[in-house]
Ligand binder design. Structure first.
Ligand code: LFR
Length: 483
């Protein structure tokens, strides 16, 4: 037995990469309470070259290493980092050879290369229904299935050159541990994983022409991949394959009632509206409502709808030189928007023109002109219109889930950046007619840490973690109001 006294606090690092920002969070768990410290935060953006959009994967890795160094520097004297885990946005991937060397660039999911595949599948209702029945994932422009189909069609040689398809968290896990593993939550964003059992769907792989040899049977979240290799400042730190998908992590962090009548919104660049379930929601109506049956870390389902989210607000800000640059200015903008009357009509936020426009203002104005709606005159008016439109879209998703999933939701739990936006929370409560409980929580990072703590045996299970987390939070409750 080691003579060293074991620290009463378990320290883990969550590497949480989002499409517009990334962070490394240090979590300290004393058996009852999670202390979160932001070790490192950095901006992220897709890079455009020659008319295509890519991720700077090497740049992200550099930030991950810088963040881990800072996390270690924050540890109290004598303490060590027990483990690290990585979560990222969904669908994007690195094709590697047997040694893990990338053989193809990593495109960003907003790149337009999937447009023709998207339209072709949308036009073939038989194939669409077959793919949905096989995978439980609807036809969305960013799907890894469409991306990989385009890669293989454009460059057939890649089918031989590449030996593994690693989704981004899988790839960072490889850089940390040397293990080439696919994790289940991130695999489930691809539209290539089976919806019945969490194994790759031959029907989907065949439909998209993607080699099945690229994928290994996905591991459940919480699987330990061994010690960090190759970073001299980390000794005996384990790499845990946490839920690799940031949305799965955010859902894990929800201090949900065990009765199952909470609807979840992880509100960030996207608004991910959904819930946890033992069964998927399938069929023609679910496909028409674009319900994605993604997986939880333990293999259960997260039926959810992907609403465009704060991407709209982030986009409109770029078009206004007067955009707020400090927290105080943000608060002023939100206060000014709150005072405005509710807009006469909301935006159709599912408009494909909002996916990756050169100017979000121009895209919004075009919809407004075509529907002959009143033209917003100021940034406050756009902000109000966007938040009310998102609130309405959240409420529509709730209704769809109640109808199809046979549930009745009593509350909406909100985490992520948008949970700090009063206007958005109130608009959601008003449109949905039930309270919104907002947690101002870095949901993905907390869920990432929860998975590590359970894997290390520092917490019994996720239910226990949620029960211990809930009383340590200070939620804000928004009750529905008539505007
Ligand atoms: C959110 C998210 C969504 C996914 C989108 C694209 O960050 O992971 O869940 O649909 O990004 O991957």
């Amino acid at each position: 037995m080691s003579a060293k006294k074991k620290s009463a606090v378990t320290y883990c690092a969550a590497i949480d990469l989002g499409a517009t920002s990334g962070r490394v969070m240090l979590g300290g768990w004393d058996g009852k309470r999670l202390e979160l410290t932001e070790a490192h935060r950095f901006p992220n953006a897709l890079r455009t070259m020659g008319g295509h959009d890519y991720w700077d994967v090497a740049g992200l890795w550099e930030q991950v290493v810088a963040g881990l160094r800072k996390a270690v520097a924050l540890l109290p004297e004598g303490a060590t980092l027990a483990s690290v885990g990585v979560d990222t946005w969904g669908v994007d991937h690195v094709l590697v050879d047997d040694a893990g060397r990338p053989v193809y660039p990593t495109f960003a999911y907003r790149d337009n290369r999937t447009q023709s595949g998207l339209k072709a599948l949308a036009a073939d209702s038989t194939a669409l229904a077959k793919v949905y029945a096989a995978t439980g994932i609807p036809n969305v422009f960013y799907n890894a299935s469409l991306q990989l189909a385009e890669t293989v069609a454009q460059h057939p040689g890649v089918a031989h050159l590449a030996k593994h398809c690693l989704f981004l968290p899988d790839y960072f896990n490889f850089l940390l541990s040397g293990r080439l593993v696919n994790e289940v939550t991130i695999a489930s964003t691809s539209q290539l994983l089976g919806v019945k059992a969490p194994v790759w769907s031959n029907a989907a792989l065949k439909h998209f022409g993607v080699p099945s040899s690229w994928f290994a049977k996905p591991v459940l979240a919480g699987t330990q991949l061994g010690a960090v290799t190759g970073l001299d400042f980390l000794q005996d730190t384990k790499v845990v394959a946490v839920p690799g998908h940031d949305t799965a992590c955010a859902y894990d962090a929800m201090p949900a009632a065990p009765t199952g009548d909470d609807l979840f919104i992880s509100s960030g660049t996207w608004s991910l509206v959904g819930y946890e379930s033992d069964t998927p929601v399938l069929g023609a109506e679910a496909l028409a409502a674009r319900i994605s049956n993604e997986r939880c870390g333990d293999g259960r389902y997260r039926p959810l709808t992907n609403v465009i989210g704060l991407w709209l607000l982030e986009g409109i800000m770029k078009d206004f030189a007067s955009r707020p640059k400090t927290d105080a200015k943000w608060a002023e903008l939100i206060a000014a928007s709150e005072k405005l009357p509710a807009p006469a009509a909301v935006l159709d936020v599912a408009d494909p023109a909002f996916a990756n426009p050169a100017s979000m203002k121009a895209a919004i104005d075009a919809q407004i002109a075509s529907r002959q709606l009143p033209q917003p005159q100021s940034l406050a008016e756009y902000t109000r219109l966007i938040c009310d439109s998102l609130g309405q879209a959240h409420a529509s998703a709730k209704q769809a889930f109640e109808r199809m999933g046979g549930r009745r939701f009593k509350r909406i739990l909100m985490v992520g950046g948008g949970s700090r936006n009063r206007l958005l929370c109130q608009a959601t409560a008003n449109a949905a007619g039930i309270p919104v409980v907002s947690f101002s929580l870095e949901g993905s990072a907390v869920g990432n840490l929860a998975s590590q703590l359970v894997s290390l045996g520092a917490v019994k299970d996720l239910t226990t973690f949620r029960a211990l987390l809930a009383p340590t939070l200070s939620p804000v409750i928004y009750t529905p109001k008539r505007s």
